[in-house]
Each structure stands twice: as structure tokens, then as C-alpha cells.
Design a protein around this ligand. Sequence first.
Ligand code: GCO
Ligand code: MG
Length: 451
Amino acid sequence: MERRNFLKSGVGAAALGVARLGSGVGAFTLADEKVARAAVGVPTPKIKDISVIECQPQGVRLTVVKITTDQDGLYGYGCATFTQRADLVRPAVEKYLKPLLIGRTTDRIEDIWQLCYDSSYWKNGPVLNNAISGVDQALWDIKGRQANMPVYQLLGGKCREAVDTYGHAQGNDFPDVVASAKQYMAQGFRVVRVQIGIPGMAGYSSSGGGATSDLKPLEPGPFYEPAYDLRRSLKMLEICRQELGEEVGLIHDVHERLTVNEAVQFCKAAEKFDMFFVEDPLSPEDLEYFKQIRANCDTPIAMGELFNSPHEWQPLIEQRLIDYIRCHLSQVGGLSPARKIAILAEQYGVKTAWHGPGDVSPVGHMAQISLDIVSPNFGIQEYTPFNDRTQAIFKGCPVMKDGYFWVNEAPGWGIEIDEAEAAKAPFTPGQNNLNGGWGVIRRQDGTVIKQ
Ligand code: GCO
Ligand code: MG
């Protein structure tokens, strides 16, 4: 078909959306035509290859699975990022899922999810769930490309125009946190997460500014005392509410660091600051204590970024012990299971606040933004900026404006990965040669803490 006729035809019209992604308007190449034909191709695509793309453009290790089909130009990407044990995800994909899936049709996303999930017999762990997520999201991307629609359309279409988000305000001292929050508010954010450093201690989100502590830890190295955090974070919330006014939504991430009783105390004391939510006050090992938080205060609670298993989120949702479920999409196995969680939560009046830090790739962000925009019970989305290096690798990152994320309108996730650029940002051994893993933080008596 000549290019002009090709464009006039249905296939050509569909192609425009696809061509725009890779090559920019005007440069319509043979490769684009192949992509376009494949995207609307009739024969059922079969999985021809599964590969893993790894990169570290912004400090954290990102892992993305690419599924290539037997239709020239038809492929898809899925986020499989488990940054603390990143090197283990690749073999899980290459050695186990790839041989299981080569030759299967890409049409059957749920069926493939179930067989990946079940074929290890033991399941619900972070490495395997991330590997499955890479496959699952890549298959949704492929289906979107075939339909020439963004994935959110396949999920039922928009419930809202854009996705409300919150940014991370932080600082070593109170005025720094207030100033950081004001910067977000000036950009249009309606909700901010506020975190403060604890002098001399290994706080979450802030180093404490190199200050020293009067305490004398028995072991050298980073240390932390939860009671100090409890008092300082409550003081920060008081100051933030005072300085930032009553309209802004305030979030604080406890990061599972307090003792269970302190977590109850914290949520109760935070009641007067009218929180948007308190995040992860307890660790997944202490879920039973959510009942005590509920019985003591009405501070909204968000929980779930560490969850891998339905045994963790189901009881909390069904017993209405939390207000926001905030799983990490790839840790629960991808878009398919996350969508089920969203629907389960909807039935119980629980909202979504999916985990969106730097260790979710832009592909993963698009997956959660797609879910945000179609879910009636969407609450808020965590936002992390994409730096220039990330945007050079992931072409088509979702756009942030006035504190809202705007979903891509291009087919699939609307993201193309420049693999040559990704190769320029390889994994590095990182601090203490821990390959992205986290080191140890202890209490002053030497006890290892949960981070
Ligand atoms: C958050 C999280 C993250 C995690 C990180 C771990 O709410 O954003 O707590 O910052 O610490 O994802 O790798
Ligand atoms: Mg968190």
C-alpha cells in the first residue's frame, strides 16, 4: 500500500498514534508501518521473546520486562522493579517465566497470570510477584497497542480528568519542612507528605543534617530511637498545620518504624492535626494492632506498600480497618491483581493510594495512573518526579501539572523505551557494595530496627 493510501485506511489512521511515539510527527518510517500493522493485526499474537531491561537513571534500580510477539513491531513493557534485590528478578523472568510462556498467545492475560502464579507452587513473594508483574503489565501494553487504545480505555474509561497526587516535603529542621511543603503548594499540590530528620539519627527521608545526638549507641553506624521520632514528627505536624493553613492535606509516612504502642499513640495524637492520612503506622507483621488504632481515633490510615499476599490486604479491607490501600503494584503481581484489590476495596468504602516512589519505573507509574483514572474509589497517587535521564530512557513519561498526573493518550502505556539509553545507565554496586540492598540501622543498644 502506498504511504498516502495506507494513512487513509483504518490501519494508517491507527498508525498515526503509534508513529507519534517512536519517531516524532513527520518521520513515518517502514518500522512505524510495521508497528502500526501489527498493532491492528488480525492474527492472534504469540509470545516470541521475553527480555529484561535494567537501568538506574535516578539512583534506584529499575527493572522492566519486554515481551516481543511474533507480529513484527508488536511488543509491550511491564514494570518488575524490586530495587533492594534487583538482580534476582531477571533470572526469575528468564529462567522460569520465559520457558513457560514462549509460544503462548498474548490474548489471555488473566490465564497467563494464573499459570505464572501457580506454577511455582510456593508464591506471594516479592521476587516472583515482580517477575509476574513484568509479564502482566507487558501483556496489557500489548493489548492496548493492538486495540490502538490507552490501557485505561480497556479498563472501562475515565472516571475523572486527571489524577490528584501528593509530593514529598522534607527537611532536617521544622522550617525546612514548612518551606519544602510551601514549594509543592505553590506548584498547585493540594496534598503534601511531610517528613523530618531526627538529629544524629538515621531518620526516614532526611539525614538529620549531620547533627549529633546526646545518645551513645553501643554499635557504630546508623542508629534510630522510635520515641524521638514519635515526638519530633508530632511536633512537625503541629508546626505544619499552623504554618501551612487548614486546607492543605497532610500525610506522614511512619514507615513501620514505631513500636506498636507508639503507633497507636501517634495516630491518636495526630487526630487533632486533621490528617489526610497516616501511612504505614504498623508493619505487616503487626496487622492485628490496626484494631487498636481504629478503636482509639479517627485519623485516616493508609497501609500496604510492603504487601505481597492477599492474606495481608484482605482482612484489613474487609474489616474496614484502613481508609486507603496503598500496595506497590508490581509487588502484588501487576495490574491484574491490583485491579481486583481496587474493586474489593470499593465494596468496603476503602480508597486507593498506590505506592509511587522512585522505585517504580515510569511504566509502572503509567500502570497505576491508568488504574487511578478508572477507579471510582481512587483516593490519591504518590508522586515522584522523573529526571532528565529517566525521561531520555522512558519516552512518554506521564505529565505532571498543578499537582495532577495526566494519563498518556497513546496506545498501551504510551511509553517507548530507548534501550541504548538504558544501557548507558547500568546498575552500579551502590553504597557499601550492597547492590541496591539496604544496610542496617540499629537502636542505641544495638537492636536491628525495621526500616
Ligand atoms: C514511600 C515509600 C518509599 C520506600 C521505598 C523503598 O512511601 O514512598 O515508603 O520511599 O521507602 O519505596 O524502596
Ligand atoms: Mg511509604
